[in-house]
Every structure is written in C-alpha cells, then in structure tokens.
Ligand binder design. Sequence first.
Ligand code: BGC
Length: 751
Amino acid sequence: MRHTVSYSALFVLTLLAGCAFKNPDPGPQHKMNVFIDSLINEMTVEEKAGQLTLYTSGWTVTGPQLREDYIEELKAGRAGNLFNAHTVDYAIELQRMAVEETRLGIPLLFGLDVIHGYKTTFPIPLAEASTWDMDIIRKTARLSAKEAASAGINWTFNPMVDVARDPRWGRIAEGAGEDTYLGSLVAAARVKGYQGDDLSDPTTILACVKHFAAYGAPQAGRDYHTVDMSDRVLRETYLPPYKAALDAGAATVMTSFNELDGVPASGNHYLMTEILRDEWGFKGFVVTDYTAINEMVPHGVVANEKEAVELAFNAGVEMDMQGGIYSKYIPELLEEGRIDGSRLDDYVRRVLEMKYKLGLFEDPYRYLNKAREEETLYAKELMDHALVSAKESIVLLKNKKAGNSALLPLSKSPKTIALIGPLADNQKDMLGTWHVAGDASKVVTLLQGIRETAPDVTVHYAKGAGFTGNDQSGFNEAVAIARKSDIVIMAIGEGHHQSGEAASRSDLGLPGPQQALLEKIHALGKPVIAVVMAGRPLTLEWMDENIPAIVNAWHPGTQSGRAIAQVLFGDHNPAGKLTITFPRNVGQVPVFYSMKNTGRPFDADNKYTSKYLDVANEPLYPFGYGLSYTTFAYSDIKLDRKEITEQGSLQVSINVSNTGEYEGQEIVQLYICDKVGSVTRPVKELRGFTKINLKPGESQTVSFTITSEDLAFYTRDMSYRAEPGSFTVFVGPNSAEGLEGGFELKLPDAL
Ligand code: BGC
C-alpha cells in the first residue's frame, strides 16, 4: 500500500504551519513540535508501538541480514528502529524500506554498541580511564562517532558508566572503574564526544547512558545477578555518573538487567520516573536492555509478558529492545485502559524528536554515504589517536632495579628476546570485549610491534599456552626459546571473551595454563618482563613477588602491539594510573580505596580489629597507582587558609619534581576525608587530579581549589550538603601515598 502521508509532505506542511503563527519565526523547537504532533495525529496505535520497538539485525557469513519476519514488521510500521545493522550498503536498503514502503515513511534509527570504537578499535574503556585524560577520552568518542556515523550508525549504546568494584564481574572492562568522581567526568567526556554540540551534524550520534541503574554491583560479581543497596549508596556512589552523562546532554538511557530493591530496573518506577524524569528532568527516551521487559517474568514480578509490558510502560520506559512485546501488547493494553493514550503519545514524541534532531526527517540518508564511509574507516586521524590512547592507557605496575638500572625501558641495541604467550602474536584478543565491528586483521600484534620498534633486536616467538584448559604441550618450545634469549617478554592475560558481558570469573588468576608456564620460564633465571593484557584486574601476587617488571596493558585495540612496544623500548614513558584497585586475592573482593574506617580499624596488635587472618587489608596495587620510567618527589604541601565557608574556597598547592632520568607525565591526585559526619564517611575520596609533564630535574607547583561543594554528601536526613567540621586533604601519586594537610569548614550556624 502506498503511504498516505509522506514525512516530506508533512515537513512542508509543518513549515507552512509555522508561517501561519503570529510570530514570523516561531523557532526551531516550535517547528519540531508542530511537525511531530501532526505526524503523531496520523499514526495508528500499531504504528506508535512500532516507534517504541527496536530489533537487532542478524549476520550471516556473507554479511548482515535482517530476519524475514522483521522485514515484515518494518514494512508494516511495527518496527521503527534497528540495531546491529551497519555498513552503508546494508543500512541504506533498510532505510529505503522504512521511508518508501511504510505508510508514513518514518526513518529508522540505527543503533550499535560502539563501545571503544567502530572499526578502529581503541583500548577498552577501563583501560582508557587509566589515562585520566578527558581530552583523550572525548576525542576517542568523537572519532568513534565519526567512523560509526560514516557506516550508517546514528545511535551508540554507550557510555557504560556503571561504577564497579568487583573485578569478578566481567563488565568491569566496559566502564571507568571504581570511582564515582572520576567516573562522572569520564561519562560526560564520552557523551560530549559522541554527540558533539549539534546532533544535526551527521558525524555525531546519539549517546545512550547505561545501564540504569547500579548494574555494576551484582551480588558475588555474577553478571545479571541481584543488586541490593541502600538509597544512600545508590545516590552517593552509583547514580552520579548517569546524572553527569545526562547533564552533558545524553539523549537516551538504557535500563539495566538487574533488580534494585526487589524491582527489576525495566519496571522500576522509582528509577525511571521519580529519579530520571521528576528529579533530573530527563527529556530524552529510555530503551530497555536486550529483552529486559520479557525478563521480568523470570524475575518473578509479573506473571506473563503482557503484565511485563504494563509494568515497564507505566514505570516510564519508552522503547523495548528486542523483546518484541511492546508492539504486541501496547494496542491491547490501551484498549483495556491499562495504559494511557496521552502517555503513549509522549513516548512516541520523545523517539520522533531524536529522529528529528538527527535530521533524519529532512534527509533519511544523511548517514548513508558510501564515499564518506570509504574515506573514514581506519582513517589516519583515527589510527593515530588509537595509538596515543593505547600508549597513555598502559600502566606500569612494577619495574625493579637490577644493579643500578631498572629492567625497563629496554634498549634497542642488538640482543635476543623470547616473546612468549597467547597474546604475543594474537590479533583478535587484543581487541578486547565488545569489538563489535573491529577487524582483527588490522591489529598490530606485539610481535609485529617489537619488530617495527626495535628492528635490530632478534625476536623468537612461541605461544606456549592458551587461555583455557591445561594443555602444556607448548611449554617445551617456550622454554627452548627462552633459554637461548637474553630477555623474556611474557604476553599473558585474558582472551577477549574472558571479560565483558556474561564473563564473570570466580578466580582472577591468569586463566588456563599460563601461570604454570610463567613459573616454568621464571625458573630459568632469565630477566622476565610480564605484559599483562586483560579486561579486569587480575590477582598478580605471585607475579609481583617474582617477576621484576610488570606492564599492565589491558586490551589496547587496533594499535596494541605498536603501543606496547613503544612503551617497552622507551619511546613512550608510561603514565597510566589504575582506576580500579588490584586485589591480592579474590577473598579481598570487593576492595576499593574509598572504604569506611569501621569502629575497629586495623591494628596489627589487636586481633579484634577489622582484618583477615590470611591476607593483608591493603590491595596489591591501590587505586590511582602507576609507575613511570622516571621518579617524582612530592614536597611542600600548602593550604592558603585553614578554614573555608560555604561560598568560599581554598587553594591546596604542592611541589612535584622529576627526580629521575626521563621526561615523564605524572597524574597528581587530591583526596579528601571528612573526619566526622552525621553518617560515616569514606577514609578518602578523590576530588581532583591533574596530569603534568616534567623534564628531568624540573619541578612544578600544582594547585587545586576546594569549595564546600566538594565536601557535600547525603547527610543523615538524606539532604545533599556539606557539614561543618574538620577535613583532611591528601595530595599524592595514588590513593595510598601522599602528603596531607587539614582545614575546617565553617557554616553559618556553626560560627
Ligand atoms: C547488553 C547491552 C547492549 C545490548 C545491545 C545487551 O546484552 O547488556 O549493554 O547495549 O546488549 O547489544
């Protein structure tokens, strides 16, 4: 059937309608409203439910392919949005179906999990957070948007801003780590990068902040598991990064799979309406996670899918991802008066507004330009930035001195290196989790990177072991090449499938036979450098005790091997710092820097204090930790006053000197402790940081400004404010070291 009203005809009508008003230029917002209202007036209930429906495209060996039944839904106007449908050739055909073969011709949104790049793959988000560099992070998102947009995508399911403190949870790889303050800055930087300043610019894409809410705190680190926490913890620790993403303009929000206080997020009115809409004033739309509405049946809060739709709809959820049940039950529920028609229109309006803002009604093909796609994929600016980001993400965990010099950086003079391990000459696993469209054949492996960076070095390579099972048949070859080499580099860690979604682990050691291999090589007595690549903190206690140099490279993406080699051979001095605590063993988990003191803080001489019998309280590597090839000395902390008031501020300054032999960057960190509160406060909380660069012998005074806003928290009555009293401020190279000072906050009634 030909469509009776085409979107272009409506667009013209809207412009004419705009002219009829008293104000000669009613403004773009008004034009949009008139246009969308007229469109909604034309829509049937089925078409409205279709705009609230999102389906995935499948892939076959020959490329992307949409299921037959989805094609029918699409043409009938019952499927208004698709995801995983990328590449211009493919998406253009689907868009044509939507525009030319549906009754109203409403263009599709095309979503995709552009998590750390589209084709050009940047380091996994947890890695990139270790840069503490918002310019790098924003640029990664900007370039990822540009590349994905060139391939037909106008909506990414990112940023993932779930605060996560349990490395057993595989999705820790997708976020910024354990800290709320840092996580909020990263969230905002990513949103700004994806969306830019103007959504109608076809190199920008809609961001989707996820997974709302508290998905990062599943019990026992098991994915999709129950989340239960106090409202105080929810609001103070878990919610701020979502809010920061929305304040930065995030257009959409994704619900989480988990329940919170007994109600699954997709049916949670408190989260989706009271917090998101009423408190935060969110104007975009909410999409569920994959079949999350249907999953409320096994959650056990509804008896069937129809009830699930009613619950989700009335909780405030606009769009159903992949469940196919909004389109099935909304018409019936409306008919039965169980959902409200004007609310349905509001939901549809929010989705259509995004399509409008992207400019899709003006030109549904604006993201579908083949020439642009060809010139953008793997463009030089993307590959260059992927290298910068990968290098800056690398964290040097250990670099022990042997004699007068440290093992790293290696010299490029002729020598023999044994490169051993499952990640040494491996393209796919270096891409890490969620490398949705990333092409493994473009990845620079570590073997290639070393050969390129140090051509005079002879490299012998042996895989030695895999990531699973206990096949040790490769050990002998590895031992043989190690024996005939001057130095051994072990490229070990996790495969790409061992972190990310549905990849929780109860053992955080090196998976498979890698630990046995490492011990065997270590026993040869050669200098060993461990390059650990993983999507989460691993428990590296044995390694820390026995291996002189440890480089934590995460999964660095397309430029992996080049970035790591440039660090190993000193072309880049590592500066990354951990945004997640590395535990000594799984029993310490969760262990994070901003813990509470307890009523019985650790005392080595008193058994009845808070501790373990078999492991220290301190982690192996604390939050904020990371070494450089040079050394930095901190001295002379100064506070310009001893008191601040509600409106006032104080300056904290500290002197940082490069006391080593290399030029290097240092991330100087400021933490605060509120000594007495109406509720207990963490022992430390990050409240500022800055990245500086110093030449050998150079010093710099670094200053931070503290205001009462930095001291606010949810007080005993749940009001968010600072309380008067004494505070300690710490400035240093990580959360466990530094110099301290103190000040008082004076508030009017305490004067
Ligand atoms: C994940 C989301 C993702 C979605 C679409 C889900 O399984 O939890 O993070 O955006 O799939 O791919």
